[in-house]
Design a protein around this ligand. Structure first.
Ligand code: FAD
Length: 378
């Protein structure tokens, strides 16, 4: 048992965990952050960040405006049969790889005094006598507040009895996601979203003159192609004429694609046995909305403001947990629902062809759909 009691223990050093740790450290609290990987590392993500979080990241010390990042102001969408439409994005976004973003935030957190334990996997979190015992294979750490910022899936969900995984037979779809960094000649100010049967693929520019090519598909597509990603790309994705061209032209920079499976999008719970959840651990939005990262960071701002009140003795633990849940729902529940709805619209080849044909004719509907999955700058 580690003798020190820290103010906050945070499980998971993705965007939610890192940005929360930095804010708490800035306010003078003692923080321990556990990350099972070692920075820098790649993550499956489309790497398009909505402008909502630009100012917030700069306030935390992330030097975005000096990084010569691509600013993205339009979206081009194609249906499986190649019908396209292009729209200006109201808010827009910017591109940066998770490799660069997460590792830079980790360095900022360390410089601000966060105890950042890399290659350290949390195996359990127990609430006992008004304190959290955060357990790894080697040690047990003690904290006044514990946050779960461990992303979409973790063995911790089971430990906390969250019961989130809906089997495919009961209607819960199972998706796989694949990502590459590539060199390709495409406009830097545009994100492209190309649909194919039971999936879609996003391409946009990130730092280092690279492009992120990332797709999500129903796992059935992979199963029907002998579990072979290359064969699936050939047989399914390349039926879309844009993807056929891009896969032929792109220089792929990874030896192997980066993949994740058993991806689902839903709202979960914001508190589990007094552990406050944020980022994808609290609920994830369908990736085609391009908003999960900003939501994770926005939740960290709410989580910080309330933790500050609690640690100063101004609110009880009960009020802390309740207010956090209320605020989270107010900010994100509707967006996640709309994201699920859009995900269904883009799920089937024929339906996607019809929807895109319609959005092309009534473009303000497309603007409305996009804006309903986004919030304001914070
Ligand atoms: C295919 C795909 C494309 C996407 N594209 C976009 C996009 O273009 N724009 C956008 O805004 N969003 C996108 N998203 C969503 C976005 O990636 C997530 O919403 C965002 O990463 C959530 O951040 P997080 O901090 O909650 O989780 P993560 O970034 O996943 O971080 C969680 C961290 O916790 C660590 N961890 C897990 N378990 C433990 C443990 N037991 N102990 C210690 N550490 C642990 C993990 O290693 C990880 O680093 C996409 C998602 C998918 C699946």
């Amino acid at each position: 048992m580690n003798e020190q009691i820290v103010d906050c223990g945070i499980v998971g050093g993705g965007l939610a965990g890192l940005t929360l740790a930095i804010q708490l450290a800035d306010a003078g609290y003692s923080i321990i952050l556990f990350e099972k990987e070692k920075y820098p590392f790649h993550k499956v993500c489309g790497e398009y960040i909505s402008m909502e979080s630009y100012d917030f990241l700069e306030r935390l010390g992330m030097p975005l405006s000096n990084m010569d990042l691509p600013m993205i102001s339009e979206v081009k969408i194609s249906s499986p049969n190649g019908t396209t439409f292009t729209r200006k994005l109201d808010l827009g976004g910017f591109g940066i790889s998770r490799y660069t973003l997460d590792s830079t935030l980790a360095a900022i957190a360390k410089a601000k005094g966060v105890i950042l334990l890399e290659e350290t996997k949390v195996t359990d979190v127990v609430f006992e006598n008004d304190l959290f015992l955060i357990k790894t294979d080697q040690h047990t750490y003690r904290a006044k507040i514990a946050y779960g910022a461990y992303g979409k899936r973790s063995a911790l969900d089971k430990k906390l009895n969250r019961g989130l995984i809906k089997p495919v037979s009961s209607g819960g779809k199972n998706y796989v996601a694949v990502k590459y960094h590539v060199k390709i000649a495409l406009p830097a100010n545009r994100i492209e979203l190309h649909n194919f049967k039971d999936g879609y693929c996003g391409i946009s520019k990130v730092d280092g003159d690279n492009y992120c090519l990332c797709y999500l598909t129903d796992s059935k597509n992979l199963k029907n192609n002998n579990g072979d990603i290359k064969v699936m790309e050939q047989n399914v994705l390349m039926k879309n004429p844009f993807l056929k061209k891009y896969f032929a032209e792109a220089v792929i920079l990874y030896q192997q694609p980066l993949t994740i499976s058993q991806v689902m999008f839903s709202k979960k719970s914001t508190t589990e046995n007094h552990v406050l959840m944020l980022g994808d651990a609290a609920g994830s939005i369908a990736p085609l909305c391009g908003n999960g990262m900003s939501m994770a960071m926005h939740a960290s701002l709410q989580a910080f403001l309330l933790a500050d009140q609690y640690l100063k003795g101004r609110i009880s633990r009960e009020d802390f947990e309740k207010s956090y849940g209320d605020q989270w729902n107010h900010l994100f529940s509707k967006r996640i629902k709309t994201g699920q709805y859009i995900q269904h619209l883009f799920g089937k080849a024929l339906l996607t062809n019809i929807v895109i044909g319609m959005l092309k004719k009534v473009p303000f509907l497309a603007d409305k759909l996009i804006s309903s999955t986004h919030g304001h700058r914070f």
